[in-house]
Design a protein around this ligand. Structure first.
Ligand SMILES: Nc1ncnc2c1ncn2[C@@H]1O[C@H](COP(=O)(O)OP(=O)(O)O)[C@@H](O)[C@H]1O
Ligand SMILES: [Mg+2]
Length: 343
């Protein structure tokens, strides 16, 4: 099989922690033809989408040590047609590059893209969880989204709670997520101005959300593959923060999923698959789904360490199965066509 990984700069990957490196390692060890590339390496020539690909040069054996694997791997650089890959795995850290998706539009019927690019377009902001029907707020925190300062002020004024969460619609890595005291009226005008006006000429949507109690004890990151949970771990915020993002200093811990967390996975799994979101990370606090991370979710290394597993094997198994099923269908069609032609 030919697999392409669109990643962050190879040299910038941290071999001790990087999830993409585990996936690449597994694909290479299984003998697949693996190429890596970067979003700005995509090219169109005579209407055909190519990538400047660093194709991994095959070796008889690959080190099981990730730092050695990372530093010793050799590549040959070539301009190759993207449609020649059976699968393309998008593994660049957010924010998602929308132009990259346009490049991939032309090959989406020729290659299996994880995650599906239309699914990514649909789910690449914090509005996506709202598309799960949950009128009573059983699994999704009560959420308000608007650009209207007056509306948001009214929501805050009418809130029965002391605190709420304020965050940008398209943030990531914990950026801009703050707790507001609903009674601290003198700050709210200025905060809303700042979040709505931002740095751009266009105004921004802002999320006001129920503060989910228990956030200080951490959130659960669940990795979902093809609609099912394949592993989870806990992220606990540092002493001087309420955000559970690893990027802002949270610590990782072993976690056994609760009944409620499993229920959430069961509820969201089928829609994730229907939207082509095959490999995603859920963030859950106290049984409420806070976020669905569809762009290169991390956590493989930590889940592996805490549970003594290698969940990258399941991910590559899944890709192999999809490609195998597609090939069977193509071969069957070819054989049937031949029967008719020769009849
Ligand atoms: N409604 C909420 N209640 C409590 N804590 C929250 C809430 N929303 C976000 N947080 C905290 O902030 C972190 C980052 O928020 P999240 O919505 O996941 O955005 P990001 O994309 O930046 O990770 C969460 O992991 C959680 O610790
Ligand atoms: Mg998050």
């Amino acid at each position: 099989m030919n697999i392409c990984f669109i990643i962050d700069k190879w040299e910038s990957l941290n071999p001790a922690e990087d999830s993409s490196l585990r996936l690449i390692h597994e694909a290479v060890v299984r003998g697949h033809n693996v190429g890596i590339t970067y979003p700005n390496n995509l090219t169109i020539r005579h209407g055909i989408a190519y990538g400047f690909i660093h194709k991994i040069i095959k070796q008889d054996k690959y080190s099981a040590s990730f730092p050695i694997f990372h530093s010793k791997l050799k590549f040959s650089e070539q301009m190759l047609p993207l449609a020649g890959f059976d699968a393309i795995f998008l593994r660049q850290d957010p924010p998602l590059d929308p132009i990259m998706l346009n490049f991939l539009d032309s090959v989406k019927d020729d290659t299996f893209i994880v995650n599906d690019i239309d699914g990514l377009r649909k789910a690449n902001n914090k509005l996506y969880p709202a598309s799960f029907h949950d009128p009573k707020g059983d699994i999704i925190p009560i959420t308000h989204v608007s650009k209207s300062k007056d509306f948001l002020k009214k929501v805050i004024e009418e809130s029965e709670h002391d605190k709420m969460i304020l965050k940008p619609l398209d943030g990531f890595g914990g950026s801009g997520v703050i707790v507001i005291e609903t009674r601290a009226k003198q700050n709210i005008n200025s905060l809303l101005d700042f979040y709505i006006s931002g740095k751009n000429t266009e105004s921004n949507y802002v999320i006001l959300q129920e503060f989910v109690e228990g956030a200080e004890k951490g959130d659960t990151r669940v990795l979902m593959l093809n609609g099912e949970a394949i592993g989870a771990y806990k992220r606990v915020p540092g002493d001087d923060d309420m955000r559970s993002n690893m990027k802002v200093g949270a610590s990782a811990h072993k976690h056994v999923m609760t009944k409620k967390e499993k229920l959430i996975c069961k509820k969201v799994g089928p829609k994730l698959v229907a939207d082509g979101l095959y490999f995603v990370g859920l963030d859950i606090i106290s049984g409420k789904l806070i976020e669905i991370n569809v762009v290169s979710p991390g956590g493989i290394t930590r889940i592996n360490k805490f549970n003594r597993v290698k969940i990258q094997k399941q991910v590559i198994d899944f890709i192999e199965n999809v490609i195998h099923t597609k090939e069977l269908a193509i071969n069957k069609k070819r054989a049937f066509k031949r029967l008719i032609e020769d009849a």
